[in-house]
Structure formats: structure tokens, C-alpha cells
Design a protein. Structure first.
Length: 126
């Protein structure tokens, strides 16, 4: 894994931006957060709008080194998709796995999403 000091977490220049994201959360993020907060999933602590290097993850579990990204329609754009792919590749190079779900999936199949997250977290922790 790369030198952790090269890719710091929750950098102070992002603090105001991360706070704004938490204040103006999407409905899909709010719904998923209700299932993740307060260690409801296997006792794991999840953080919202967590900064990792130059990126801000929608949700992040430090213990499992697992990030969750919820994507709305803006992510359907070809340029945005390329950015998201590169971003995920960079995070994975730092040892952080990324799960991506579309916002609509949070409402249409919440149980399947929770199961997928729990399975991925368990696999990451061995």
C-alpha cells in the first residue's frame, strides 16, 4: 500500500465543503445513513462525507477501508463516468474499496444494498 501520509484523511481545506454536503444531503443519502449510523451494521462505524486525499466519499468505514458512493443522474454523463472510474481507481490504489449504487436502488431495494455493504465489509476485514 502507498504511504498513508501521501493520501491524508479529512483534510482541513475540505472541512467547510464536507459540512455543506452533510447539511444538504440527498434523500438517498439520508435513507442509507439511517441504516448505517450508530453502528447498526455489524457494529461498524460509518462516517458521512469523509475526506480521503482530494476526494470526499459519501460514506466511509475506516475499519473496513470501504467507501460507498451513491450516484444520481449527474453520474450518467460520459465525462463524469470517466472521472468516477479514475477516482475509484485512485482510491483502490490506496487500499480503499469502493461500492457504487444508484440513488434509485436505495429506494427500490434497500435490503439488497445493506446486504451487499455488510458482505463487502466482512470480506474486507477477513
Amino acid at each position: 500500500m502507498a504511504d498513508p501520509s501521501r493520501f491524508p484523511n479529512n483534510r482541513s481545506p475540505q472541512t467547510a465543503f464536507r459540512k455543506q454536503l452533510r447539511t444538504h444531503t440527498t434523500s438517498a443519502e439520508a435513507v442509507l445513513w439511517m441504516r448505517l449510523k450508530a453502528r447498526q451494521m455489524n457494529g461498524l462505524r460509518w462516517r458521512r462525507q469523509f475526506g480521503v486525499g482530494p476526494y470526499v466519499l459519501d460514506f466511509y468505514c475506516v475499519k473496513a477501508r470501504l467507501g460507498i458512493e451513491l450516484d444520481g443522474q449527474v453520474h450518467d454523463d460520459r465525462a463524469r463516468h470517466a472521472y468516477d472510474t479514475e477516482r475509484s481507481r485512485n482510491l483502490e490504489a490506496e487500499g480503499i474499496a469502493i461500492l457504487r449504487f444508484e440513488n434509485r436502488q436505495v429506494f427500490e431495494m434497500p435490503g439488497a444494498i445493506i446486504d451487499a455493504i455488510a458482505e463487502a465489509a466482512a470480506a474486507r476485514m477477513g
